[in-house]
Design a protein around this ligand. Structure first.
Ligand SMILES: [Fe+2]
Length: 120
């Protein structure tokens, strides 16, 4: 979110960041992108104006690309981020396997909605 009240926002510090500080900064940048996606999608959902909705969703999707760029950067900087992400994905996959059958395309070619995961 913008911090216009803080007069020091954006000022370059007296020194460059350490690697640990850079990693934390990139994590914060990822959070900022996710927050932006949330805001754009909430605004798109809150309007019936088709042009505004299309522009907001397009921007939200661009932010999703930025998340991918930053996650890749984080992976390179930390050297082990992918391992943690894979472990998280595997934990969810284990839960999905217990709760619902594997997600498959529907007869119409689409992907099932979350409703398909609800028990009957
Ligand atoms: Fe962005």
């Amino acid at each position: 979110m913008p911090e216009f009240v803080n007069p020091f926002t954006g000022m370059v510090p007296e020194r460059k960041m350490t690697m640990e500080e850079l990693v934390r900064a990139v994590r914060l940048d990822i959070a900022g992108e996710l927050e932006a996606i949330h805001g754009y999608m909430a605004h798109a959902d809150a309007t019936d104006n088709p042009l505004a909705k299309a522009v907001l969703i397009d921007i939200a999707n661009e932010e999703r690309i930025h998340v991918g760029e930053l996650v890749r950067l984080l992976s390179i900087l930390t050297g082990n981020e992918d391992e943690f992400l894979k472990r998280g994905a595997a934990e969810v996959d284990t839960m999905v396997a217990k709760i619902a059958p594997p997600v498959q395309a529907t007869a119409g070619g689409g992907v099932p909605s979350i409703g398909s995961l609800k028990s009957g």
